[in-house]
Design a protein around this ligand. Structure first.
Ligand SMILES: [Fe+2]
Length: 268
């Protein structure tokens, strides 16, 4: 592929913008011709790529699925994942819809309080910022990559979607904390199963899991399958029960499930 890579993303310490100079059709066709290029670019960018000019996906949603398959052979059909069918794309069921408009009508999370941090920027640190998570980490196996296409972007200053780099987060840990998390595993539980932080603090006994809800054991520190870099793999709040009694959380838009790369979120 003939790509111009601009990295990192403006104002960030990781991520990259890829400019291919063509339409979404051209980007997808080029990625299919050279299937190692985009996964390598994703890994090199620390797990976050922005590809502008993909507007044709709005009318031809299958382009997003074709692009997903470049990252791995297994792209899930959401009709078979116990997903609420209102959130499944009506003609391309490999796409999950996330929207505050009908029929999905998913309410946005509460805004941070106060909405800005002391430095005037969007808050990113727990507990001021809640909800950092790794997408669907409770699945067996969990997804490795998420592809997002914004059909109707929210207005500037609202609807913030934040990304964090688990490798940089691990690197930033003090040596003592790195030693403490080494070998630690967590049980990642699906939301709605009574394993939230609030439920744990209340002392309520969690109900038994249904067969499809059983929690998934994951190491807190995972090596990246392409770069070998060590990354934190965990979620904040509500949906993750740590093996040492702590809790954290999960996800949303996901079209690709591959084995080679990973994007992940982390509280900073
Ligand atoms: Fe997510």
């Amino acid at each position: 592929m003939n790509l111009v890579r601009e990295a990192p993303l403006p104002g960030a310490s990781f991520g990259a913008t890829l400019r291919q100079g063509g339409t979404a059709h051209a980007v997808v066709a080029a990625a299919e011709r050279d299937p190692a290029a985009l996964p390598a670019a994703l890994a090199e960018a620390g797990g976050l790529l922005l590809i502008p000019g993909m507007n044709a996906i709005a009318d031809e949603a299958d382009l997003l699925v074709r692009l997903s398959r470049v990252f791995g052979p297994e792209v899930e059909d959401y009709r078979h994942t116990l997903t609420d069918l209102k959130s499944v794309h009506p003609s391309v069921p490999e796409i999950l819809l996330v929207s505050n408009m009908p029929p999905v009508a998913k309410a946005p999370p509460k805004r941070p309080d106060p909405p800005l941090a002391a430095d005037g920027l969007i808050p990113t640190q727990y507990p001021h910022r809640r909800g950092w998570h790794t997408d669907q980490s409770y699945r067996r196996p969990p997804p490795d990559i998420s592809l997002f296409y914004a059909v109707t972007p929210s207005a500037p200053g609202s609807g913030q979607t934040l990304f964090a780099n688990g490798t940089l987060a691990y690197d930033a840990l003090p040596a003592g904390l790195k030693a403490r998390v080494e070998g630690l595993e967590g049980l990642h539980a699906q939301p709605g199963t009574g394993r939230s932080r609030e439920a744990a603090l209340s002392g309520a006994k969690p109900r038994a899991f249904a067969v499809h809800e059983r929690s998934q054991r994951q190491p807190v520190v995972r090596p990246h399958p392409m770069t070998g870099g060590r990354a934190l793999y965990l979620c904040e709040g509500a949906r993750w029960t740590g093996s040492k009694g702590r809790s954290w959380g999960w996800s949303r838009v996901r079209t690709a499930r591959a084995r080679r790369c990973s994007t992940r979120s982390w509280r900073t």
